[in-house]
Design a binder for this molecule. Structure first.
Ligand code: UDP
Length: 376
């Protein structure tokens, strides 16, 4: 095998998938991360109240990709968990999200009884648009103005600091519109699971391989590259290239943790806020399976307050996808620069400036690692 090791920058899912796959193929892999922990934004921990919390917001695993599930389940025990979300309305009522039959009956005081009635109801309110150009046109064409402006407009403004007219359709089409009673947040995904002992323990097992060495609190430096055969790098691609082609902005989240003495009377673990308060959603961690530990003393909640990443220690969580493709086009230019290099591959959300879920990162990374191995 090659004398030179491989450098993986970032110990999140992208880096972990590359590291493990390359290590199993016989390469020596060094993983570095500037943070003090593994797991990237999927990192979770037990807080002082005895509740498992996800430090960077709720991570709910869902996919229909069997290979991805087969891979992650090699590294620990997972339990079925189907995520459900309620939206808090102005009158204090809760309505399920995605918008479904119950949501519509709750909001409009209707008593629609089946899918056909719901579909007909929404068709009467929808503003037809053959080729929607932005999130507003897309949503208006599906559910009309009332539901869009209730469930999507204020939330999106808080989340992205943009009006729906400026936002790319793919951002809001993540949330389905249902005509039936389906109330799971990820309908259609065959596998919906949660790690029994937390994501961090999954990462510990992924990195537990004789060919992998992990160094934390270790920022990347270009001077490192010469010592490695190849670098798989999940750092922000614009930062790597010294912002030469412009900045790629991100939205970030400030997490506000609190403790209650009693469990909240919630049916679902997450409540989304439809009003103008600065928070988008709140998670009651103990309502997720295996999150409340034996002997726990309180009930932990986390509120999410979106902000610019420059107002949150440059914590980059969400790439900004606009309807006019402004930043997506800047990214493409960076990707062209990167393509000219055969010693570095950019990976993960920040490396590829994509709004990816965990299963998508894992899929892309496993395939990327296999492809790289085949080319050698
Ligand atoms: N969204 C919204 N209202 C909601 C939930 C989602 O307007 O109650 C929009 C918003 O623009 C959000 C996007 O849909 O950023 C994607 O939502 P998702 O829940 O998938 O966001 P994530 O869990 O990735 O933060």
């Amino acid at each position: 095998m090659n004398a030179k090791p491989i450098l993986v920058v970032g110990a999140g899912f992208a880096g972990a998938c590359y590291a493990r796959t390359l290590a199993e193929a016989g390469h020596t892999v060094r993983v570095i991360d500037s943070r003090s922990h593994i797991g990237g934004n999927a990192y979770d921990e037990i807080d002082r109240n005895g509740n498992r919390i996800h430090r960077y917001g709720p991570h709910l695993f869902h996919t229909s990709n069997e290979q991805v599930v087969n891979w992650v389940t090699r590294f620990g025990e997972w339990t079925p968990y189907e995520h459900r979300v309620d939206a808090l309305l102005a009158d204090g009522q809760l309505a399920p999200l995605p918008v479904n039959r119950t949501t519509i009956n709750t909001v409009f005081g209707e008593s629609l009884t089946d899918e056909h009635e719901v579909k007909a109801f929404l068709e009467r309110r929808a503003i037809p648009c053959e080729t929607p150009r932005n999130a507003a046109e897309y949503l208006y064409s599906k559910i009309g103005t009332d539901l869009t402006d209730l469930f999507f407009r204020p939330y999106t403004k808080k989340m992205w600091l943009m009006d729906l007219e400026q936002v790319d359709i793919s951002v809001v089409s993540r949330v389905q519109i249902r005509y039936d009673d389906e109330d799971r947040y990820f309908p259609g995904d065959k596998f919906q699971i949660m790690p029994v002992h937390g994501y961090t323990s999954i990462f510990e097992r992924i990195f537990d391989h004789p060919n992998i060495e992990v160094a934390l609190n270790q920022p990347f430096d270009k001077a490192m590259e010469k010592d490695y055969l190849h670098c798989f790098n999940s750092m922000p691609i614009d930062v790597y290239f010294d912002n030469a082609l412009g900045e790629l902005p991100y939205r970030s989240i400030k997490f506000h943790h609190s403790t209650r003495d009693e469990a909240a009377d919630w049916k679902r673990s997450v409540i989304n806020f439809t009003d103008a308060r600065p928070f988008t959603r709140e998670t009651a961690w103990y309502l997720l399976p295996h999150h409340r530990q034996p002997g726990a003393t309180g009930y932990s909640h986390t509120l999410e307050e979106p902000c610019d990443y420059r107002d949150n220690n440059l914590e980059r969580y969400y790439p900004v996808k606009t309807a006019d493709m402004r930043y997506q086009n800047v990214y493409k230019k960076y990707a062209e620069l990167a393509d000219r290099r055969d010693d570095i591959t950019f990976i993960g959300r920040c490396g590829t400036y994509q709004y990816l879920d965990m299963h998508q990162v894992i899929n892309q990374s496993l395939m990327g690692a296999e492809k790289w191995l085949k080319r050698r």
